[in-house]
Write a protein that binds this ligand. Structure first.
Ligand code: NI
Length: 188
């Protein structure tokens, strides 16, 4: 089942998401629905707050980026209760987008490497370092758990330039090919 995506301006996108336990209700179904939603909207990552659940759950599949970034090939992972323990490497500029902020892309500077601790969908613990495009997507999705959006990380000049567009997006003046819930809109 595809789920509607929370649009920029929704308060849940600004909350710190809560950890979950193994017995979180219908977790397997939720993960499957998040993947289905992400694929249907051509995303490479999706965080639970984006589908209206303020929990520390992320799904990633970087395969669609593999043509441009070979290290994106065959990388699909569920992250539960993730914590970034270290950012390292060089500053790297990448043109990011977000399913919650449709039709807007901006250059974002992030570190090239990330060390992250997380549980997978079977609640096995992992402590791993990633670089390149995997590290990029992980950092973008992790931000969602912290209430941060990629538009917060652009230059102050760019922030001024996109301010009006962001207000329009929050008012629903945008036409994504997937279902979204805008602020002040009732959930259907
Ligand atoms: Ni995003």
């Amino acid at each position: 089942m595809t789920l509607p995506i929370m649009a920029f301006g929704q308060p849940i996108l600004r909350k710190i998401a809560e950890p979950i336990t193994k017995d979180y209700p219908e977790l397997k179904e939720l993960i499957a629905d998040m993947y289905e939603t992400m694929y249907a909207s051509n995303g490479v990552g999706l965080a639970a707050p984006q589908i209206g659940k303020s929990i520390r759950l992320i799904v990633i599949d970087t395969n669609p980026l593999a043509d441009d970034y070979p290290d994106g090939k065959d990388y699909k992972q569920v992250f539960i209760n993730a914590t970034i323990t270290e950012l390292s490497g060089d500053d790297w500029v990448f043109n990011e987008g977000c399913l919650s902020v449709p039709e807007l892309r901006e250059d974002v500077i992030r570190k090239s490497k990330v060390h992250i601790e997380y549980y997978d969908q079977d609640f096995n613990f992992h402590s791993e370092e990633f670089d390149g495009v995997r590290a990029r997507v992980i950092q973008h999705e992790y931000d969602h758990l912290q209430g941060i959006l990629f538009v917060d990380r652009v230059s102050s000049l760019k922030k001024m330039l996109i301010k009006r567009r962001l207000t329009e997006i929050s008012k629903g003046m945008v036409s994504p090919k997937y279902k979204m819930i805008f602020p002040h809109q009732k959930k259907r």
